[in-house]
Design a protein around this ligand. Structure first.
Ligand SMILES: [Zn+2]
Length: 154
């Protein structure tokens, strides 16, 4: 087998960023449309998937009317519409088994397991109250909370 040489743009001295994605994840149609599911056990604290895409300003995001995004600090956001961004399939949950962790300096976001997750479980994280109130509440939350939202908000 021939070894493929990695060609890098001359301007980029640093090694290309390797995006994180757990082996035990699969996009699947669930009870509520597409979601991301575990195909094997995931340990607490492991990265399930990196939420990735170009970093854009809030203004740019608004203009593109993107449905998939992750808000960062300093009025920036990750535009997550790219197909390779598997994390975009993770639905909101009011009782989440995952939580996002932001590396502010690197402008990267990792969705991590909050607890041990078994094969077959759907991943979910809390999209935050603002998003929930604006986008989820009006159509009814389908995470299993009965449309009430997380207990701590009540
Ligand atoms: Zn819910």
């Amino acid at each position: 087998m021939k070894k493929r040489k990695t060609v890098r743009p001359a301007s980029k001295a640093a090694a290309p960023v390797k995006r994180k994605l757990h082996d035990h994840v699969r996009v699947k149609r669930g009870a509520h449309g597409l979601g991301l599911f575990a195909t094997g056990p995931i340990k607490k604290g492991e990265v399930v998937a990196e939420y990735w895409g170009p970093v854009v300003t809030d203004e740019e995001l608004k203009r593109s009317r993107g449905k998939y995004f992750f808000e960062l600090e300093n009025e920036l956001a990750i535009d997550g519409k790219g197909r390779k961004n598997v994390a975009r399939y993770i639905n909101h949950s009011c009782y989440p088994n995952c939580e996002p962790m932001e590396d502010v300096k690197a402008q990267r976001v990792f969705i991590m397991a909050r607890r041990a997750i078994k094969a077959g479980e759907e991943f979910g994280y809390d999209y935050g109250r603002e998003y929930w109130d604006t986008h989820i509440k009006p159509i009814g939350c389908r995470c299993g909370c009965g449309g009430k939202g997380p207990k701590r908000w009540r």
